[in-house]
Design a protein around this ligand. Structure first.
Ligand code: IMP
Length: 373
């Protein structure tokens, strides 16, 4: 799986499959246009990569030109004028193959063919790598089609998502949105320092529309806003004591009730004790919800230490640089989470994700796990 901007995509057509299909398309064109005066008109931007690979397999004596469709506001009846930029004077009496990366609604191709009309080509055919028959509502169906694909957004191999992803050598399809849940998705996310919990929770929040609840943030907001609970919490924090569970859970309740119809929550840094986990269960039950799962990101200690040492070089955080401090933070994490982990394990809600790999690999594992919940 890959990310392009804010969306996730999964492999749809591999580079090998693309190349194989291009060879077969080129074979057909080579046979059909033997001894003809052929000009390929490649439509920028998307078709640049397909055109490049296709041309390497065309054995005919032909020409290749690049055109670009442009629409600007003009004074015709529709208020829109279409223009084909880059079209020379070399069309008349010649055989044309328009090369497209994708034919979707077919509107672009119809416009190009209309614009080519006065040029007096001997013939005009369309070769496209991808074709979405279910989306097509145009007049001119493509003559040479690499792959007929379902009506889902694709990216890569020249095709973009908001101008990104054109350089990918594989074609990716947008990842299906998760199936509709009929209950809230409430996740307790745990991970030792350096496990990538921050990055992964951001992605979970975005993918599943969750609300992030960090007790640290809630404390700070309440203290800053001088709420009754904030003032109370501050008295403990100022004495260097832990805020009692009762106060913490009250703040959390207040925070949860701010949201109407939430899709779910990610609990970050909470619950830290069995008492908190129990109190959270009671509270969620009172609003007709429950914890869906506690997910731990698993990373071996040696890997954590080397990641934190690496991060220290750029983060400037002194607590990342000192091996003793790092060891202590890891120990605290393990001791602290062990009982909470056992609590959720006993409810059959504890899951562990391998936290070693690229950020995208770990996201894929997480999404796959969450989708199955
Ligand atoms: P048309 O709907 O056939 O006119 O296609 C218009 C343009 O939409 C194409 O040339 C592409 O630039 C873009 N397009 C259509 N479907 C996709 C897709 O799935 N991914 C990326 N671009 C697309």
């Amino acid at each position: 799986m890959i990310r392009v901007l804010d969306k996730s995509f999964e492999v749809f057509i591999t580079k090998e499959e693309i190349q194989q299909e291009i060879s077969s398309l080129a074979g057909k064109i080579n046979a059909d246009y033997h001894d003809r005066d052929l000009v390929f008109l490649s439509v920028l931007n998307g078709a640049f990569m397909f055109t490049s690979d296709l041309m390497k397999k065309i054995t005919l004596d032909c020409e290749v030109s690049f055109v670009k469709m442009s629409s600007y506001s003009g004074v015709d009846s529709r208020g829109q004028v279409d223009e084909l930029i880059g079209l020379g004077n070399n069309i008349s009496g010649r055989d044309i193959i328009i090369v497209e990366d994708i034919v979707d609604s077919g509107i672009t191709i119809d416009k190009i063919i209309t614009l080519l009309g006065p040029e007096g080509a001997a013939s005009v055919k369309v070769c496209t790598l991808l074709y979405k028959p279910d989306a097509f509502k145009g007049k001119k169906r493509p003559d040479y089609v690499g792959f007929s694909i379902p009506n889902a957004f694709v990216v890569g191999y020249g095709l973009d998502y908001d101008q990104k992803g054109r350089n990918l050598d594989t074609i990716y399809q947008i990842r299906e949105q998760k199936k509709q849940r009929n209950s809230m998705l409430n996740i307790v996310l745990f991970g030792p320092p350096g496990a990538g919990k921050g990055t992964q929770s951001e992605r979970l929040i975005e993918q599943y529309g969750l609300i992030h609840l960090s007790t640290g943030d809630i404390f700070r907001a309440n203290i800053k806003g001088q709420t009754e609970l904030g003032v109370l919490a501050k008295t403990f924090i100022d004495k260097g004591q832990l805020v009692p569970d009762e106060v913490t859970i009250k703040m959390l309740k207040a925070e949860v009730s701010k949201h109407t119809n939430p899709k779910g929550f990610i609990f970050d840094g909470f619950p830290r004790t069995i008492a908190q986990a129990e109190a959270l269960d009671v509270f969620l039950e009172s609003i007709g919800a429950s914890i869906t799962s506690m997910i731990s990101l698993d990373v071996a200690e040696d890997e954590l230490k080397s990641r934190l040492a690496h991060r220290a070089k750029t983060s400037g955080r002194p607590d990342d640089a000192n091996p003793e401090v790092i060891q202590n933070r890891i120990n605290v994490y393990r001791n602290e989470t062990a009982p909470v982990k056992d609590f959720y394990k006993s409810q059959d809600k504890w899951l562990m994700i391998d936290g070693v790999g690229t950020i995208d690999e770990i996201t894929t594992r997480l999404f796959t796990t969450v989708d199955a919940l």
